[in-house]
Design a protein around this ligand. Structure first.
Ligand code: CP
Ligand code: NVA
Length: 311
């Protein structure tokens, strides 16, 4: 049973094929074609935290592919009405896959434990693999390739940063995190990345201006992630010098693109001036959530279509 709980679940070749498939289906959509590649397929969405992009992109993406996404509310009683084993094995008889957004990463792992259906991670405290698929797609569109590109993440070494560091390692991209002391990426996660991808070009630095000097893409995310609200004030202080603003952009090449997974706290990690500038890809990047995830869904549920249609 194939899951996507982290990007460690797939190989770099598989990743490249998923990205290519998403781009192929996007180009067909832009040409007015909505092939029903997943006709009569159903996915469930099980979310413990709020979402706009992840929820709607999966639901709309499934509908455009001829299938359906079912957003499950608290009523299904996940973890409340019955054992995880019963819950998972019953759900697996009704749907072809489940997308799960969980407060704790092991909740998503638990869903996959019985191999009842493919499980897709829709964000956990540890990582956000679907976001990284869209981000690399956006870089590919901006530069014609993602190979060899330098992605600089300014801010918290959080779930989004974790998946970006890993995807860069998988695709021979360079990844730099510029963060304050104490907000580095998780050491155990980074050891796993280094063990899997010993040639990964990943570094952590303190000075954002130096970091962006060679950036192709400059990325940021909120300073306070969902679930960290109690730390908000301390984080505001810690990250005060890590804002993407006009001054930081002046230290970057004029060709650098700006990315943010959204939602943003404008005026904190990014200014309006930069978020709405010509260099910003924020809105197209969010749109690419749907396109890249279509590539993933088709790869999970109809690989024959890829064989016949994607070179
Ligand atoms: N970027 C992202 O995952 O957005 P949502 O929280 O709105 O799904
Ligand atoms: N790091 C953020 C990402 C939201 C899409 C969070 O976990 O809240």
């Amino acid at each position: 049973m194939q899951h996507l709980i982290t990007l460690f679940d797939i190989t770099p070749d598989e990743l490249r094929l998923i990205l290519k498939t998403g781009i192929e289906i996007k180009s067909r959509l832009l040409a007015g074609d909505r092939p029903d590649i997943l006709r009569n397929h159903v996915i469930a969405l099980l979310f413990e935290k709020p979402s706009l992009r992840t929820r709607v992109s999966f639901e709309s993406g499934m509908t455009q592919l001829g299938g359906r996404g079912l957003f499950l509310t608290d009523d299904v009683g996940w973890g409340k009405r019955e054992s995880p084993a019963d819950f998972t094995r019953v759900l697996g008889q009704f749907v072809d896959a489940v997308v799960c957004r969980a407060k704790q990463h092991d909740r998503v792992e638990q869903l996959a434990q019985f191999d009842a259906m493919p499980v897709i991670n829709g964000l956990t405290d540890l990582c956000h693999p679907c976001q990284a698929l869209a981000d690399v797609t956006t870089i590919q569109e901006a530069f014609g390739t993602y190979e060899g590109k330098h992605l600089v993440f300014v801010g918290d070494g959080n779930n989004v940063a974790h998946s970006l560091a890993l995807i860069c390692a998988m695709l021979d991209m360079r990844f730099t995190l510029a963060c304050p002391d104490g907000y580095e990426m998780d050491a155990a996660w980074m050891k796993r990345v280094a063990d899997h991808y010993p040639n990964a070009k990943i570094e952590t630095v303190r000075d954002p201006a130096k970091a962006v000097a060679t950036a192709d893409a400059i990325y940021t995310d909120v300073w306070t992630s969902m679930g960290q609200e109690a730390e908000m004030e301390a984080r505001r202080q810690a990250f005060a010098n890590y804002q993407i603003n006009g001054q930081l952009m002046a230290a970057a090449p004029p060709t650098a693109r700006v990315l943010h997974c959204l939602p943003a706290v404008r005026g904190e990690e990014i200014t309006n001036e930069v978020a709405d500038s010509e260099q910003s890809d924020l809105i197209r990047q969010a749109g690419n959530r749907m396109h890249a995830q279509k590539g993933l869904l088709v790869w999970l549920l109809n690989r024959a279509w890829i064989k016949a249609n994607v070179q």
